[in-house]
Write a protein that binds this ligand. Structure first.
Ligand SMILES: Cc1cc2nc3c(=O)[nH]c(=O)nc-3n(C[C@H](O)[C@H](O)[C@H](O)COP(=O)(O)OP(=O)(O)OC[C@H]3O[C@@H](n4cnc5c(N)ncnc54)[C@H](O)[C@@H]3O)c2cc1C
Length: 494
């Protein structure tokens, strides 16, 4: 007899687990399909630091999410707040008011409840000391709306979610790639899959697509993001090749969102084509607000201190891709060395150091050394040294009068040893995707729900445009995964 499930979830990342757990909670018999082997499973979610953007109104909410917070941690930390209004403002600002208001409403207002729900499923969170809070005068202060992460980062998140799913009888089939949807012209009834080189059909009352964007598909990248994007490195999984989007559009789904846009960061220049799970997100180089960025012509090309890292990092990968040779050097001096994040300490790094600027200039491979020295001299002369440096606020310690000024955290580059780190563009995920409604149903080109078809995670369009507030990807996957899984299970009973 053919196997039958209530809900099939395509994907094995955070959005998929949240959909599966939510569907199971409604009493559904759930199957998850993961294209990769178990070794490589977990999608981009596994590559993350596990940082999640969540609304909280003070330390009590943090205590709810992190019940084992110690009294000492509470005493030594200013968690501040990250209110719904702040999250709404951040989404409006960074997406230039393009994000779908109904989807953003869900993303913001459901974020806290959804992570509490995940906590109840056994997922543990801790504060992100170090990367998101600098200690000043004996107290940590969180500055960027990004305050908690899963224990063990992305790998920890996937491990805990896998355990939570298995404990509840959710079956996960690895090395099983969904190829197409079974659609009878009225509703989706299952998925055609390939496992071990053989194709077969799996039947279900509803299907949730949670199998990522098209970031790992160099041909689609070039087609939709534009020329040059074939040259970007992929930060995460090699399995997100746009299959979910293709399968849905093949049966008439409507697309939506910023198809020419993506999340892309500064990434180690010599990193491999796809992410390496042993290195995770450590190829990123995100202390750039405290450095100057130099391209092949020896010039600066972007305001490194335009905003906190959380609000610029996802768009500066594109800026680096647009530079000659698709690379840049991050230049630090000894004064700000202590500001560097842990990722600057890894072995797989393209780094040069020197004790004089002249010697340093010669070591910056591919860079016009003469212009570099001129750029640094002009930059140093333009720094407003009378404004105190403070990494916890936008300190207004800026340069004045340069063609491209640095707006905050500007320090002269004059104290040896000088350090340079070579970066290129690393793509994280694509923004364009499928059109869904607030129940997570995928809509057809007449904007009617395709019966039995739901979507969550990266492949949902209409949420992020141009840029992205750090930590929102996991939040989006969790919130919309839970919604899609719940709706899919309920649809099975109609
Ligand atoms: C290096 C890195 C660091 C990041 N850091 C953070 C962070 O700290 N915080 C944050 O919020 N976001 C972060 N992100 C973004 C975040 O990873 C994503 O937004 C989020 O994880 C997407 O979840 P998802 O479930 O939609 O996709 P994924 O986690 O990528 O899951 C998609 C899954 O679908 C599977 N799949 C693909 N095609 C098929 C198919 N045809 N059949 C079956 N399975 C298929 C894939 O194997 C994969 O397991 C980071 C991303 C990267 C790459």
């Amino acid at each position: 007899m053919a196997e039958a499930f209530d809900v099939i979830v395509v994907g094995g990342g955070n959005a998929a687990f949240c959909a599966a757990l939510a569907a199971q909670e409604q009493g559904a018999k759930v199957l998850m399909l993961e294209a990769s082997s178990e070794d490589e499973s977990g999608g981009n979610s596994r590559f993350t630091a596990g940082s999640v953007r969540v609304v909280y109104n003070g330390v009590d909410d943090i205590k709810t999410l992190v019940p084992d917070l110690t009294p000492q941690e509470i005493a030594e930390t200013d968690f501040g707040t990250y209110t719904a209004d702040q999250f709404f403002d951040d989404m409006a600002r960074v997406t230039q008011n393009r994000a779908d208001p109904d989807l953003v409403e869900l993303l913001v207002t459901r974020s806290f409840d959804t992570f509490c729900w995940l906590r109840d499923k056994g997922i543990r969170f801790i504060p992100i000391y170090g990367r998101q809070a600098f200690k000043i005068d004996g107290k940590f202060k969180f500055w960027g709306g990004l305050t908690v992460e899963s224990v063990g980062g992305g790998p920890g998140l996937i491990k805990m979610e896998t355990e939570a799913a298995r404990k509840r009888g959710i079956e996960i089939r690895y090395a099983t790639r969904a190829l197409s949807l079974l659609f009878d012209g009225v509703r989706v009834n299952g998925v055609r899959v390939r496992h071990d080189g053989a194709e077969s059909d799996l039947h279900a009352k509803a299907v949730v697509l949670a199998c990522g964007g098209f970031e790992s598909n160099s041909e689609w990248r070039t087609r939709y993001l534009g020329p040059g994007w074939d040259l970007a490195k992929v930060r995460g999984t090699r399995f997100n090749t746009g299959d979910g989007i293709r399968m849905a559009t093949d049966i008439g789904a409507s697309t939506r969102g910023n198809w020419s846009g993506c999340h892309a960061v500064q990434w180690e220049m010599n990193a491999p084509e796809f992410g390496d799970l042993a290195v995770g997100d450590q190829f990123q180089k995100h202390s750039y607000p405290f450095c100057v960025l130099i391209n092949a012509t020896g010039k600066r090309f972007v305001d490194e201190g335009a905003d906190f890292r959380n609000y610029t990092y996802a768009k500066y990968g594109r800026v680096v891709l647009e530079q000659p040779g698709q690379f840049a050097w991050q230049v630090f001096d000894a004064k700000v060395k202590h500001m560097q994040r842990d990722e600057y300490k890894i072995r797989q790094i393209t780094k040069v150091t020197a004790d004089t600027l002249e010697e340093f200039a010669k070591k910056l491979e591919g860079v016009n050394a003469e212009q570099f020295l001129k750029t640094i001299a002009e930059y140093n002369a333009a720094v407003k040294n009378d404004v105190p440096f403070n990494p916890n606020i936008k300190d207004g310690r800026r340069t004045v009068g340069l063609a491209i000024d640095k707006s905050n955290w500007a320090n002269t580059i004059d104290t040896p040893p000088f350090e340079g780190y070579a970066v290129t563009c690393g793509i994280t995920f694509t923004f364009g995707g499928l059109r869904i409604n607030t129940d997570g149903e995928v809509l057809n080109t007449d904007y009617q729900p395709i019966r039995g078809l739901y979507a969550a995670g990266e492949l949902v369009g209409g949420i992020f445009y141009f840029n992205y507030p750090g930590g929102s990807g996991l939040t989006s996957g969790a919130v919309f995964g839970k919604i899609a899984g719940t709706s899919a299970a309920r649809a099975g009973h109609n």
